[in-house]
Design a protein around this ligand. Structure first.
Ligand code: SF4
Length: 271
């Protein structure tokens, strides 16, 4: 059999990629459901508890937006968690309007155990070479950003969809990207999957970002080493740069300056 005949029986690479991702997604869904079941939770209740511990107390509407489900569904799950003594509802502000959901001490302990459902993926990737791990992280975050763009994932706090991210701002350097918030070069291995300082790009700017990433990774739009991309701009196909509206940068006397406050990174968070 020659390679062409072999390929005919394989399906396109896009089909095989989709099948591989679907397989992984299925394993994740099963691991999540199994772990939740062990703690007498539904998968949604488990996710809610994890979310509350990772991102802090939140109102029902915000939780619904974070998890991509309807508010009444979240409200039911919160009531169930409340009956189990894992969360409390309390007034959101001094005026008593709105309700914040807060995990109890028991809820925090359970959330830490529940978060171990991702262990299946940690083990499966443990033996990858560091460079492959970094590259895989970059590609997975890019795929998540594409899903954000298509409205299939909400509120993903990842570098590729962040206003402060400057992809390939340092072409050729080991840390090729840049975070404008903390003013640090970032390698693929530093990219965050759940950053508390993330500032989401709007729809049009995210589309431009994704096009620029695609061009850069195809080797078409990667900024030339002689003309590195300026912070506040996106590499465009052909190697030129263009401004991204709302990127959080302003040009003053030819030097880009960051508008936003600076903060110290607070851990990478979990996926
Ligand atoms: S580290 Fe955080 S603030 Fe910086 S680019 Fe990534 S998501 Fe944005």
């Amino acid at each position: 059999m020659d390679l062409a005949a072999f390929e005919q029986g394989s399906g396109s690479i896009d089909t095989r990629l989709a099948a591989a991702l679907a397989r992984i997604a299925l394993v994740g869904a099963r691991a999540l459901a199994r772990q939740a079941q062990q703690h007498a939770l539904s998968a949604l209740q488990g996710q809610l508890l994890e979310q509350l511990v990772r991102r802090g107390p939140a109102q029902i509407g915000a939780l619904a937006a974070q998890l991509g489900v309807r508010s009444p569904t979240v409200s039911d799950a919160v009531s169930a968690l409340e009956r189990k003594g894992l969360v409390r509802r309390q007034p959101a502000g001094a005026d008593g309007r709105g309700v914040l959901v807060r995990p109890s001490a028991r809820g925090r302990r359970l959330a830490a155990r529940h978060a171990q459902w991702t262990e299946v993926f940690r083990r499966a990737t443990a033996e990858l070479a560091p460079r492959d791990k970094a590259g895989l992280l970059r590609l997975l975050l890019r795929i998540i950003a594409e899903l954000v763009q298509r409205g299939l994932v909400r509120q993903a706090r990842i570098c590729p969809s962040c206003e402060y991210f400057r992809p390939y701002a340092h072409p050729g350097a080991p840390a090729a990207h840049h975070c404008a918030l903390v003013d640090l070069p970032l390698g693929d291995e530093h990219l965050r999957a759940d950053c508390p300082d993330h500032r989401p790009l709007g729809g049009q700017a995210l589309r431009v970002r994704l096009q620029a990433l695609a061009a850069a990774e195809h080797g078409e739009g990667k900024p030339s080493p002689r003309a590195p991309a300026q912070p506040g701009t996106e590499p465009a196909p052909g190697g030129s740069s263009r401004s991204v509206a709302g990127a959080g940068w302003v040009e003053r006397a030819g030097r880009p300056q960051v508008r936003a406050r600076r903060s110290t990174p607070r851990g990478g968070g979990s996926p």
